[in-house]
Structure formats: C-alpha cells, structure tokens
Design a protein around this ligand. Structure first.
Ligand code: NDP
Length: 296
C-alpha cells in the first residue's frame, strides 16, 4: 500500500481566476500557509494582503507545498502549466488535485501522465459558485486513489461544504460534472428562451420569475422518480404520456417562431420525443428518451 506523507499546514493554488482566488481565500481563512501563482501576474493583490505568498514561477509554487491545487479554465490550460519540465520535476512525489473542469477522458489522460512522472494525482469538480467556497453550501466531487484522498482530506476540508469521493476511476468526478452541467446548461438555455418568449408577449422577467421558480420546485421529486425509471427501464406514462408531452412542446415551438424567436433547443427535444413515439412507445413517459439517446 502506498504510504503518503502529507504536510497539512501548507497548500499551493495554481490559477487565480474567480474560483482559484476563492479557493486560496478559504485556505488562508483556515490558517494554511498558502502559496499562489497565476499565468498573468497581478491577480493576487487581495490574497497577498490576507497573507498569501506569491511564487515567481509555477515551478516555485509547485515546490512550496506538498499539496498543489490546480484551478484553471480547462485541461489545455492545466497542461500548459503542469506538463513542462521544470514544473513536472518540481511536482514529483507531491500531490496534485486538479479542480479544473473538463471531460472524463482528459482527467484519465492527466492521471496517466501524472503516474508516469511520479506525481500523486486526484481529480475533482466544483459544483457550486465561488460565493459558496469556504461555506457549508460548497459541493466538491473527487476521484482517484482513496488513500490519497483520505490523506489530504483535512486540507480539502478548509474549502468548506461537502466533499464526496466517488471512486478510484480518475475520470469519475469529471463524469458526474459533465452530467450535472448537462442539466444546468440545458435548463439555462430553456430559461433564456422562456424569458425571450415572455418578453415578446409583454411579460417581464420579474413577472415570470415566481412562476419559473415554481417550475424549478417541481423538478427535484421528478429527478428522483425518473432516475429510478431510467435505471430500471420502466417508463410508465400513465399520468403524462409522451404523446401529451410532445403536444405542449409543439406549442412552445409555434409560439416562439410566431415571434421570430429561434426554437432550436425545443425543436431538438421535440424531435427526440417524436422519434420515441415513432418507435411505438407513445404511451410511455417522457424519460424513455434516455433509451433513445443511448442507442448506437
Ligand atoms: P476561468 O474558467 O475563466 O479560468 C481562469 C483561469 O484559467 C485563470 O487563472 C487563467 O489565467 C487560467 N488560464 C486560462 N488559460 C490558461 C492557459 N493557457 N495557461 C495558464 N492558465 C490559463 O475562471 P474560474 O476561476 O471561475 O474557473 C476555474 C475553473 O473552475 C473552471 O474549470 C471552471 O469551470 C470551474 N468552476 C468555476 C465556477 C465559478 O463559479 N466560477 C463554479 C464551478 C466550477 P490568466 O489569468 O493568466 O488568464
């Protein structure tokens, strides 16, 4: 079994965008010796006032702590920082926790690269906005070697919120992240579109918002119910068959196009529902679309 030495009093943060700054701020609040570095200088002003140490280079930052947290826009950016000789050499024997967002395959590729270079590696995803960091509302997902996760958990706890280790497959946190971002961005696309239709009908966003929040409140129990349906392959449409759902989707398309508003997102969703009906499943519930999408 791997033995993992950890210095739990120090941490390095590579990347000082809004999220990297929030992470570094939470580490400082927890009293950790926090070293920071960012590609573009000058993003560390407030952190330095609060006690952060600015490294002059990424390799100097990597050498400053046992645990290095990376939080940049994506893995192209993370690679540009990590996969250079002086930095990779400085990271040898240390632990990198990559909290940048990207795909599961990129996370697995980075995990393989880290193993080849003697770098201990955990991958993670942050599921909540910067304002939650350091508070009980923050949500972090992690994947990779469990012993490594346990060893660094005390430092990660300084970030507040809940931390969940999802398993040893290094891509698993990113896989959850992608699925959850799918929900978030299609919901946001729907909301942007709804606001545009409402405006075209003379309804302000503020007038619509309380009812939009009502729609949001319907979703959590439906998510739970449909998750079971998808896992079990049972798609009862007794209370709301897909033939009925598709009719209301068509209304959205008609009303929106009557105002010259692009209905592409709803057209795609309606098209998938119609294909399910065409396959003979019109009496099933909407979530049977999951089966259609999974067909090769
Ligand atoms: P961004 O996603 O805009 O990332 C900005 C950071 O990426 C900066 O440090 C920037 O450096 C760095 N960067 C970009 N390209 C490169 C490159 N080629 N080489 C080196 N560094 C680069 O801002 P955030 O801080 O908000 O997000 C960081 C990560 O956190 C992202 O993966 C995001 O998805 C995730 N996240 C963010 C949330 C949020 O609310 N902001 C919520 C949940 C997750 P420079 O200053 O030099 O441009």
């Amino acid at each position: 079994m791997m033995s993992t030495y950890t210095d739990q009093s120090a941490v390095t943060v590579l990347g000082l965008g809004p999220m990297g700054r929030a992470l570094a701020g939470a580490f400082l609040d927890a009293g950790l010796r926090t070293t920071v570095w960012n590609r573009t200088p000058g993003r560390d002003g407030e952190l330095v006032t609060r006690g952060a140490i600015t490294a002059q280079s990424a390799e100097e930052a990597a050498a400053a702590s046992e645990l290095i947290v990376v939080c940049v826009v994506n893995y192209d950016a993370a690679d540009a920082i990590l996969r250079r000789d002086p930095v990779a050499a400085a990271l040898k024997g240390r632990t990198v926790v990559n909290l940048s967002a990207d795909t599961p395959d990129r996370a697995r590729d980075t995990g393989e690269w880290a193993a080849r270079h003697g770098i201990r590696y955990l991958d993670g995803a942050i599921m909540t906005p910067t304002t939650t960091i350091g508070t009980p509302d923050a949500v972090f997902l992690h994947s990779g070697p469990e012993e490594l996760y346990r060893a660094h958990r005390p430092v990660l706890d300084a970030l507040g919120g809940t931390h969940t280790h999802l398993g040893e497959d290094i891509g698993r946190a990113a896989a959850y992240d992608i699925a959850l971002l799918d929900i978030f961005w299609t919901a946001m696309a729907g909301y942007a579109h709804a606001l545009a239709i409402a405006r075209a009908e003379g309804i302000t966003g503020r007038e619509l918002a309380p009812f939009a929040q009502g729609i949001g409140a319907i979703l959590p129990p439906l998510f739970a119910e449909f998750a079971g349906d998808a896992d079990d392959g049972t798609y009862s449409g007794e209370l709301n068959p897909i033939t009925s759902a598709v009719s209301t989707m068509a209304h959205v398309i008609q009303a929106s196009e009557a105002h010259g508003i692009d209905a592409g997102v709803m057209r795609a969703a309606e098209g998938q529902a119609r294909r399910v009906i065409g396959l003979g499943h019109g009496t099933d519930g909407y979530i049977r679309v999951t089966e259609l999408l999974g067909r090769r």
